[in-house]
Design a protein around this ligand. Structure first.
Ligand SMILES: [Cu+2]
Length: 69
C-alpha cells in the first residue's frame, strides 16, 4: 500500500482521471482518493515510482509519497 500526497485535485472528475490512468497499467489496482486532503492511496504490484510518474504525467504533481502498510 502506498500513500501519495498530490496537488491539484479539485473535484470527483480529477479522482476519476487518476483512477482511470492507474487502472490502465494495472487492472487489479485498488485506488482510493481523498480530494479534501489531496491524498491518493494505492494498492498495486507496480512500484511507487512508476505510480507517481503516472499521476504526475496527467497533471497532478506528487509532492510526497510513502509506503504505508
Ligand atoms: Cu477535477
Amino acid at each position: 500500500m502506498y500513500t501519495f500526497k498530490v496537488s491539484g485535485m479539485t473535484c470527483p472528475s480529477c479522482a476519476s482521471s487518476i483512477k482511470a490512468v492507474l487502472k490502465r497499467k494495472d487492472p487489479e489496482i485498488e485506488v482510493s482518493v481523498d480530494i479534501q486532503h489531496q491524498i491518493v492511496k494505492v494498492k498495486s504490484s507496480l512500484n511507487r515510482e512508476a505510480l507517481a510518474d503516472m499521476i504526475n504525467d496527467i497533471g497532478y504533481p506528487v509532492e510526497k509519497s510513502e509506503n504505508a502498510s
